[in-house]
Design a protein around this ligand. Structure first.
Ligand code: K1U
Ligand code: ZN
Length: 181
């Protein structure tokens, strides 16, 4: 299946929004017994990410506590979808980089986040083959952001408590207005 082909993708899943408690839980490692679940989860996650639209998505954002993330940092250009099962950061640079991040679980909220500029991530692909990916720039930020989701960590956790509380209050206000519409 071509994961970027809208006609062959499954129905998008609802995305959990902060403060949903699932977003604060730690996802568990995928085992061979999860093969069937992961085979249907990954296309559903791509479908959800492309529809949002976003450049990444982690399983807890759609209510699954399995260690699975999907990424496509160039969805409008040449699509380059990557599904990562049991991803782990195995190396990170001392050099840091700051960039603006958003999160599909905190709609319309953005903030500058500082993280290691480059990372190497070990993971299994959809077939269970062990692979590594190394990245900098947006790819490095996205990999770290999505792996954080698997550990119940959100980008707002890197902000000062003042900035975090302002952003969370704004989110709550926006969501209340959206529900009232
Ligand atoms: O995990 C998520 O909530 C997805 C998030 C990933 C991310 C964005 C920015 C830096 C690090 C990680 C998003 O995709 S937010 C939406 C977004 O950034 C975007 C959407 C459409 C086109 C381009 C970017
Ligand atoms: Zn996010």
């Amino acid at each position: 299946m071509l994961v970027t082909d809208a006609e062959t993708l499954p129905k998008p899943l609802p995305i959990l929004i902060v403060p949903d408690p699932t977003l604060r839980k730690t996802a568990r490692a995928v085992t061979p017994a999860d093969a069937e679940a992961v085979r249907s989860l990954i296309p559903a996650m791509f479908s959800t990410m492309y529809k949002a639209p976003g450049i990444g998505l982690a399983a807890p954002q759609v209510g699954s506590l399995l260690r699975v993330i999907v990424i496509d940092i160039a969805p409008d250009k040449t699509p380059s979808p990557i599904a990562l099962v049991n991803p782990e950061v195995v190396a990170k640079s001392d050099e840091l980089a700051t960039r603006e991040e958003g999160c599909l679980s905190l709609p319309d909220q953005y903030a500058e986040v500082t993280r290691p500029a480059r990372v190497k991530v070990r993971y299994q692909d959809e077939q269970g083959i062990k692979r590594e990916i190394e990245g900098d720039g947006l790819l490095a930020a996205c990999l770290q952001h999505e792996i954080d989701h698997l550990n119940g960590v959100l980008f707002v956790d890197y902000l000062s408590s003042l900035k975090r509380n302002m952003l969370l209050r704004k989110l709550a206000k926006d969501q209340k207005e959206r529900r009232g519409r």
